[in-house]
Design a protein around this ligand. Structure first.
Ligand code: AMP
Length: 289
C-alpha cells in the first residue's frame, strides 16, 4: 500500500496505475479517518467494483464551524493505515492542511438549495466546506467512481448535485448505513457518548423505524409523523433535538404531505456534547385514503 502526503505524488501514482492497465477502474473513498466498519464497507464496495482503490484521510477544517469539535476529532492514523492495508487499499492520500489549502484558496463551491435545509441550517458553511474538499479530492485523484455513505444523506445529495452540475467525469456511489446490533449508526463521534448517552442514542434509529411503521400503516401527514418522533425522542431522556424532518431524498426540500415514491426521514439530536445524525429512506406506497 502506498501512502502519499503530496498532491503530485498521488497524481503520479494514479497515472502509473492507469498506464499499467488503461482499463483499470479507479475508486476514491474520501474520509476524515478514525475508520470504523461504516468506512470499511465503502472501501469493500470500492474493492468489489474497482481495480485500484484510493482512500483519502483528511480532517477538513473548512467543514467545521467555529464552535465545533475539530480539535478533539479522533485521529488514530496508525490504526487507520493498518485497517486500510488489511482492506486491500492501494493508496492512502493523507495530506496536511498546508498541502490542501496552504497556497491560499479563495474559490468557494456552493450547492445552494440542497445545502440549505437540515444540517445546512444548523451548520452554516458546512456543506460549502464539504463541496470544496470533495471537488479538490476528485480533481486530484480523478477517480472513475467515488463512494459515500447514505449515513450522511444530505452530504450524498449535495455531492450528487455537485458532480452533475459541474459535469464531473465521476460516478457517485451511495452505500448503505452500517449499524451497531442495537441500530445505532456507526460514527466516529460515537466515542464521545458516555454509557448512558450511548444507550439513549438508540432512540434515533427507533424514531426513524417508528416513522416508517406509521407510513407503512397509511400515515401521510408529515407534521403528525414528526410530532410522534419528537415525543419518542424526548421520552428517551435529556437531549436537544436539532431537527426531525421528512424531505425529498434528492432535493432535500421538506415534504408536508407524503406522496407515492421515496421520502427521507432525517434526525439530528445532541446528547450531551455529542451531536448525532441518522436517516432512513422510506418507500411510500400509493395513498389508500
Ligand atoms: P467521515 O469520515 O465521517 O467524513 O465519513 C466518510 C464517509 O464514510 C462518508 O461518505 C460517510 O457517509 C461514510 N460513513 C460514515 N459512517 C457510516 C456508516 N455508519 N455507514 C456507512 N457509511 C458511513
Amino acid at each position: 500500500m502506498i501512502v502519499c502526503e503530496k498532491i503530485d505524488q498521488v497524481r503520479a501514482q494514479v497515472a502509473g496505475a492507469r498506464s499499467q492497465d488503461p482499463a483499470r477502474v479507479v475508486g476514491l473513498v474520501p474520509t476524515m479517518g478514525a475508520l470504523h466498519a461504516g468506512h470499511l464497507s465503502l472501501i469493500d464496495a470500492a474493492r468489489r467494483d474497482c481495480g485500484w482503490v484510493v482512500v483519502s484521510i483528511f480532517v477538513n477544517p473548512n467543514q467545521f464551524g467555529p464552535n465545533e469539535d475539530i480539535d478533539e476529532y479522533p485521529r488514530p492514523i496508525g490504526e487507520d493505515l493498518k485497517k486500510c492495508r488489511s482492506s486491500g487499499v492501494d493508496l492512502v492520500f493523507q495530506p496536511s492542511v498546508e498541502v490542501m489549502y496552504g497556497s491560499g484558496c479563495v474559490t468557494t463551491v456552493q450547492v445552494k438549495a440542497v445545502s440549505a435545509p437540515l444540517c445546512g441550517r444548523q451548520r452554516p458553511g458546512h456543506f460549502a466546506g464539504v463541496a470544496l474538499v470533495v471537488t479538490k479530492l476528485i480533481n486530484i485523484v480523478q477517480p472513475d467512481r467515488a463512494y459515500f455513505g447514505q449515513k450522511d444523506a444530505q452530504q450524498l445529495a449535495v455531492i450528487r448535485r455537485l458532480a452533475g452540475d459541474l459535469n464531473m467525469l465521476v460516478e457517485i456511489i451511495g452505500c448503505p448505513t452500517v449499524r451497531e446490533p442495537d441500530g445505532l449508526a456507526l460514527s466516529s463521534r460515537n466515542v464521545y457518548l458516555d454509557e448512558h448517552e450511548r444507550q439513549q442514542a438508540t432512540v434515533l434509529y427507533r424514531s426513524l423505524l417508528a416513522i416508517r411503521d406509521a407510513v407503512e400503516g397509511g400515515s401521510r401527514d408529515s407534521a403528525a409523523l414528526v410530532r410522534a418522533a419528537h415525543d419518542l425522542i424526548e421520552q428517551s431522556g435529556p437531549c436537544e433535538i436539532d431537527y426531525v424532518e421528512l424531505v425529498d431524498p434528492e432535493s432535500i426540500q421538506p415534504l408536508s404531505r407524503l406522496k407515492e415514491g421515496s421520502v427521507l426521514a432525517a434526525v439530528a439530536v445532541r446528547f450531551g456534547e455529542c451531536r448525532l445524525i441518522d436517516n432512513l429512506l422510506i418507500d411510500v406506497g400509493r395513498d389508500r385514503g
